[in-house]
Design a protein around this ligand. Structure first.
Ligand code: HEC
Length: 393
């Protein structure tokens, strides 16, 4: 491929308030508060193959490739089919259009920033030069005929024929879909499309992602935005929490907020609670709509469970009471918050104890046998009591 370098003229970014976008400036109300999200862990490694310390994962057709201290482990249909142990230190990985412009390649970026093509039947092959790159690659993305790379001092876009180098500073994240490439930098999001460049002011932009429909999302450490045209619209305000990951997955866009996962779909936002993801969390979207997370070297896969009917009511009205009060003593066995010896950590467990809960919380309120126990330092507000009253009728 032919490599060229383009210099971008400095662009002037307007200053936008934190978590504002155009929303707060126009005075319109922000997004609706996040609903509760229920996650189901997805079992994808049926034989429980040891994964070592996982750095990242990619899905390509029916193949899932796990990159980590065990090398690259290839799974098909939930079964480990091949392992390559040559390289055991990885940064990121993605499926990108090949440098020959015909097929797609599974590429892992090793600890030095080299691009290594991986496949079950052959050892990793260094293809850094095939993409016209020399410098250290930090991140990559691929879709359609486009491969995009964050490199030292800028980024590069390969379209199967040419590789174009762009200089940039403070570049943090790159994504591509439907011929568009988006790069998050300290000052905002730069979008490149058919040779045109657009700079969208979004101070602190750290993450970018496209959903399967080509809609663009960006996140700062405090907020998640959907960007249409050149306008960022606030989709989620993390308040005092920190947004740490963003990934498109089919129609879904997932984000991590402190230990929890959040989901944006169809303009609605929902956030799970009680998660244990670490500050190093990274997300990888699955084309199925699921999300992969890596945190502390541990790989997990989740799908969003859409609650209906009574469960949805419980999630919306009772679970917040559980999280705030009951969870301190009624956690799952071994959680360290199980002093009561009665696990009430799920909807099903509440359902099974419905009458007892009503007796202790509603009927016996104010007595010695009330829940939460008298004198233990917990009291229900009138609203919290009303929520349990209404649910347990
Ligand atoms: C400070 C700790 C603490 C908190 C907070 C607490 N509980 Fe309890 N709960 C206990 C203990 C200990 C027991 C077992 C002793 C007892 O029955 O009084 C218990 C027992 C119960 C029982 C009786 C179970 C049975 O089958 O007999 C129910 C129902 C219950 N709690 C519901 C709740 C609900 C609902 C909340 C939140 C609104 C809550 N508790 C908050 C400590 C707590």
């Amino acid at each position: 491929m032919r490599a060229t370098t383009r210099w971008l003229c400095a662009s002037v970014f307007a200053f936008a308030a934190a978590c504002g976008g155009d929303v707060s400036e126009s005075g319109s109300p922000g997004p609706a508060p996040a609903a509760a999200l229920t996650l189901s862990p997805v079992s994808w490694n049926q034989a429980n193959a040891d994964l070592g310390t996982v750095a990242t994962v990619l899905e390509s057709g029916k193949t899932t490739a796990v990159f980590g201290s065990n090398g690259v482990q290839f799974f098909a249909g939930g079964v480990l089919v091949a392992t390559d142990t040559v390289v055991r230190a990885w940064r990121v990985a993605a499926t990108v259009p090949a440098a020959d412009g015909i097929s797609t390649w599974m590429i892992g970026v090793d600890a030095e920033g080299k691009l290594l093509r991986v496949r079950p039947e052959a050892p990793p092959e260094d293809v850094t030069a095939r993409f016209g790159l020399t410098s250290s690659v930090h991140a990559l993305a691929g879709a359609g005929d486009r491969a995009a790379f964050l490199v030292e001092g800028g980024f590069a876009i390969a379209d199967g024929k040419n590789v174009t180098r762009y200089d940039a500073s403070d570049q943090r994240s790159i994504a591509t879909a439907q011929g568009r490439v988006a790069v998050a930098t300290e000052r905002g999001v730069r979008v490149l499309e058919q040779g045109r460049e657009t700079d969208i002011a979004l101070p602190g932009a750290a993450l970018v992602a496209f959903d399967g429909g080509g809609r663009l999302f960006a996140a700062t450490p405090r907020c998640v935005y959907e960007i249409s045209g050149t306008t960022p619209t606030l989709a989620y305000d993390a308040g005092s929490r920190t947004v740490r990951g963003l990934a498109g997955a089919g129609a879904n866009v997932w984000f991590a907020v402190d230990g929890d996962l959040g989901l944006l779909v169809g303009g609605k936002v929902s956030v799970a609670s009680g998660g244990a993801l670490g500050p190093d969390t990274r997300l990888v979207g699955s084309p199925s709509g699921d999300v992969w997370s890596t945190s502390g070297g541990k790989l997990s896969r989740f799908s969003a469970q859409v609650a209906r009917g009574e469960e949805a009511t419980w999630i919306a009205t009772v679970r917040p009471v559980h999280d705030a009060i009951c969870a301190s003593c009624h956690g799952a066995r071994g959680s360290g918050k199980d002093a009561s010896n009665l696990d009430l950590s799920t909807y099903a467990l509440w359902g099974a104890r419905k009458a007892k809960i009503r007796t202790r919380v509603v009927d016996q309120a104010g007595t010695q046998t009330a829940m939460p126990p008298k004198g233990a330092g917990y009291t229900l507000t009138a609203d919290q009591k009303a929520a349990i009253d209404a649910w347990s009728k």
